[in-house]
Design a binder for this molecule. Structure first.
Ligand SMILES: CCCCCCCCCC(=O)SCCNC(=O)CCNC(=O)[C@H](O)C(C)(C)COP(=O)(O)OP(=O)(O)OC[C@H]1O[C@@H](n2cnc3c(N)ncnc32)[C@H](O)[C@@H]1OP(=O)(O)O
Length: 267
């Protein structure tokens, strides 16, 4: 999780700041590195990158208090959301009992709503923006009102599955979910997936086919698979279906490009 080599002191300072951003970014971005992470809260966990299998201690001090993990159930989660959460979660729990981790189980990815607070170098963000910045999908306080979701990852199959319950604030066509909200969730799931391959990445292309509308309040499955990797480019496939798989709501392809930290410092 060392992102780049700094060539001067000032660049080094910026690097430290942004490295902190990405430590947090990886936290709220739900990035898993084996079951180790499942058992521990993000700030003090040991991260193992899937590509390099290295272990890096995330600074324990990046959060002043224990952050809320948004991937855990809350009272707004409906029956179907809970059923699927329990289904995937139980598979990841089973796998930890006396079995060696070869990535053959589902791993729940914790999800946090902020990181920029810890960009103490400031780089180009004002302090006010830093302190108020929140992850787009985790910024509504009313539970169940907008994006309720949890992402699980299977390393051996290079597959993510997201259980997503769409709240009433996400309305587009009457009674149905806004296409932009669907795109946001697809970007989130595929972006999380691509980040697991080599963070940091940015979305270069997102191509979406909307096949059938998603009823507001319903729970759907968003699944991503790795199509191919070509150097800096990661091609991810994604589908949104009803939870029984009988209905395809949306299909998408996404391209993510690995970036250097200096890419973000250009403002
Ligand atoms: C962790 C939190 C959890 C939630 C995850 C949420 C994920 C959300 C991710 C985002 O939403 S990121 C925000 C939206 N994206 C952007 O703002 C990106 C804006 N675009 C850029 O910054 C740059 O254009 C980009 C980083 C995508 C590429 O710039 P580079 O200078 O690094 O790439 P370069 O031009 O060197 O191209 C590298 C390769 O990618 C290819 N490429 C770049 N852009 C492309 C494009 N748009 N379409 C197709 N191919 C593209 C390019 O042809 C080339 O292919 P080859 O290596 O084969 O020659």
């Amino acid at each position: 999780m060392v992102f780049f080599f700094a060539q001067s002191l000032s660049i080094l300072e910026m690097a430290r700041s942004v490295s902190r951003i990405f430590s947090g970014f990886r936290c709220f971005g739900s990035l898993p590195f084996g079951n180790t992470q499942l058992k521990t809260q993000c700030p003090s966990v040991l991260f193992r990158t899937t590509s390099e299998r290295t272990v890096v201690q995330v600074l324990p001090s990046i959060f002043s208090r224990k952050p809320r993990d948004f991937s855990l159930p809350n009272s707004s989660w409906g029956e179907e959301m809970m059923r699927l959460y329990n289904y995937y979660n139980s598979q990841s729990e089973e796998a930890t009992e006396g079995q060696e981790d070869h990535g053959e189980q589902w791993t729940r990815l914790p999800s946090y709503n902020r990181s920029l607070k810890y960009a103490t170098g400031g780089v180009y963000l004002s302090k006010i923006i830093q302190s108020k910045a929140r992850l787009f999908t985790r910024n509504i306080r009313d539970p169940g009102a907008a994006f309720e979701y949890v992402v699980f990852f299977r390393q051996d199959k290079q597959r993510c599955v997201c259980v997503f319950q769409a709240g009433h604030l996400l309305e587009g066509p009457p009674g149905h979910v806004h296409g932009g909200a669907i795109a946001t969730m697809i970007d989130t799931v595929t972006g999380t997936h691509a980040s697991l391959l080599s963070a940091p990445v940015m979305t270069a292309n997102l191509n979406i086919n909307y096949r059938s509308p998603i009823p507001l309040g319903s729970t759907v499955l968003i699944e991503s698979t790795l199509d191919k990797e070509e150097g800096k480019k990661k091609f991810i496939l994604c589908s949104v279906t009803s939870t029984d798989g009988s209905r395809v709501h949306t299909e998408a392809t996404a391209l993510f490009v690995s970036i250097s930290i200096s890419h973000l410092l250009r403002g």
